[in-house]
Design a protein around this ligand. Sequence first.
Ligand code: ITT
Length: 202
Amino acid sequence: GSLVIATHNAGKLKEISALLAPYGVKCLSAGSLGLPEPPETGTSFVQNAMIKARAAAEASGLAALADDSGLSVDALGGRPGVYTADWAERQWFEGEPGRDWYMAMGKVEGMLQHLGPDVDRSAAFHCVLAIAWPDGEHAVYEGACTGSLTWPPRGTLGFGYDPVFVPTGGAQTFAEIDPERKHAISHRADAFTKLVADQFGA
Ligand code: ITT
């Protein structure tokens, strides 16, 4: 059937569409349907994913899949976590369209400088996928990927914080490896494996 992808983040939409491609699901994006973006008032990835999935299912009358994700830095006690998008977007180059990538990188550089050269740069990406159906049913799947932060950024693939994140066991950043490789090991892939097993029996 059809599934609304309840995200306004183009990088996420691309990855989710690729991850769903083998299952013959028709993906409709929240943007193309003109669905509103609900305020993400939750304090956990699960709460925010549910808010987005439920809002899209109610507005569209279709099943909707939302992704709430973010980066948790060990030396920052797990922050920015659910506030990762805010942290990236808040006011370094306010109002300059298309600059969120640079904003995110600026924040990471500032944070790494603040932590100093000797600090543990361990971090983890988290992803929660929530599916909501118009009848009120829902399902939630959690994924994670550990790694470490690096500076300066390297690579041009992926989106968001990919150029500064090196997954555990690798030497390259998420922005330097093939999308297929990221889709095998990422936080989003981890959550997707669980979703697919549960929803498609694969
Ligand atoms: P939607 O809520 O519309 O889906 P968003 O960008 O606001 O889009 P989130 O609230 O979930 O999404 O924030 C996620 C943040 O984490 C955002 O800054 C992303 O760039 C970043 N992020 C998530 N997954 C990532 C990945 O695979 N690679 C790099 N950055 C990622």
